[in-house]
Design a protein around this ligand. Structure first.
Ligand SMILES: [Zn+2]
Length: 283
C-alpha cells in the first residue's frame, strides 16, 4: 500500500474532492499527471487563492505545488480519483489505473518551471509518495507539448496499458498543453536529494575514525582483501567505542566501500544508528 496522505503536505479543503471516488481500473498500472495552473505563484496568499479557485470550480487535482517556495498541499486521498481531466470517450481518465495522481504546479506552460524552480524537501516527499505506489520513473507517452499549437502524443492504448508520468498534454481526450516543455529528467531527479539529518554533529572521535579509515583504504586501494580485513577490524573498534551494533556498522561500511570501489574512489559516506533509536549517530 502506498502513501494516501503525504505527511509533509498541508491539507487543503475538507479532504473530500466532490464527485471523485474509487478508481475504475485499479488493476491497471499506476500513473501521475502533471499540470500547470497558469496563474501567479511565490506566496502563501497565491497558494491559498489558487487552492480556493480550484475547489470553487470543482477542478481539483490531488496536489498543489509551488515551485518557487516548495509549498505542498493536498486536496484528497491519493488512492481515489481527482477532477482535473476530461474523459476520453467512455474512458474516465481521472479514474484510470491503480492510482492517477494529479499535480497542479503553480506555473505557466509557456515558461517551463524546471528552468527556475527550487525543489526542496516537500518536492522530495511528493516523489517519495508517488514512488510508494509503484509509479515507474518513465514517460510512456513520450515527449511533452512544446507550445500551444504543438500536437503532442496522446495515445489511448498507452494510457490504458502503461504506468508512469504523463503531462496533461499526453492524456487522450484532453486538449490542454500544460505543463509545457519542462525538463522531464530533472523533474524525476529532484526527488533523490536526501535531507541532512537534523541536529546531528559529528563528534571528534567519529571524525578521527573516518579520517583513519579513508587514509587506510587509500593506501590499500589495489588490495581488496587487505581493505576488507582493515574495515572489519575498524568496525569492531568503532562499534565498541560507540556502543554500536557491530553487524549494523559492518553492513553500512561494507555498502559504502562497495559503492566507493565501484565508483573507482575511496570516498566513504555511511550512516549508522545506535541500537535503541533510528536517529543517525554517525553520518
Ligand atoms: Zn492541466
Amino acid at each position: 500500500m502506498g502513501e494516501i496522505w503525504i505527511p509533509e503536505a498541508e491539507r487543503l479543503g475538507d479532504g473530500v474532492i466532490a464527485g471523485a471516488g474509487a478508481m475504475d481500473t485499479p488493476n491497471l498500472p499506476p500513473r501521475v499527471v502533471w499540470h500547470t495552473t497558469e496563474g501567479s505563484s511565490g506566496s502563501s496568499a497565491a497558494f491559498h487563492g489558487t487552492a480556493d479557485y480550484l475547489m470553487s470550480e470543482n477542478y481539483e487535482p490531488h496536489i498543489l505545488y509551488d515551485p518557487r517556495t516548495d509549498q505542498l498541499g493536498q486536496f484528497g486521498p491519493l488512492n481515489q480519483s481527482a477532477k482535473a481531466l476530461v474523459n476520453a470517450g467512455t474512458v474516465r481518465t481521472n479514474r484510470t489505473g491503480r492510482v492517477c495522481i494529479q499535480i497542479e504546479v503553480m506555473a505557466k506552460a509557456g515558461t517551463p518551471f524546471t528552468s527556475y524552480w527550487k525543489p526542496g524537501k516537500n518536492f522530495a516527499a511528493l516523489l517519495r509518495a508517488i514512488r510508494s505506489w509503484g509509479v515507474p520513473d518513465e514517460w510512456p507517452a513520450g515527449r511533452l507539448a512544446q507550445s500551444y499549437s504543438d500536437d503532442s502524443p496522446r495515445p489511448l492504448t498507452i494510457w490504458q496499458t502503461r504506468g508512469g508520468h504523463y503531462g496533461h498534454s499526453n492524456v487522450p481526450g484532453n486538449d490542454h498543453w500544460d505543463p509545457g516543455a519542462i525538463d522531464r529528467a530533472a523533474l524525476l531527479a529532484a526527488g533523490t536529494v536526501t535531507p541532512t539529518p537534523e541536529g546531528f554533529t559529528m563528534d571528534a572521535a567519529a571524525e578521527a575514525w573516518f579520517g583513519q579509515l579513508n587514509a587506510m583504504l587509500w593506501g590499500l586501494k589495489n588490495d581488496l582483501a587487505a581493505q576488507q580485513a582493515t574495515v572489519a577490524s575498524l568496525v569492531k573498534l568503532v562499534a565498541a567505542d560507540h556502543d554500536l551494533d557491530v553487524a549494523a556498522v559492518g553492513a553500512a561500511v561494507k555498502k559504502a566501500v562497495t559503492d566507493a570501489l565501484a565508483a573507482g574512489t575511496v570516498d566513504v559516506d555511511v550512516t549508522v544508528h545506535d541500537k535503541t533509536t533510528t536517529t543517525p549517530k554517525v553520518s
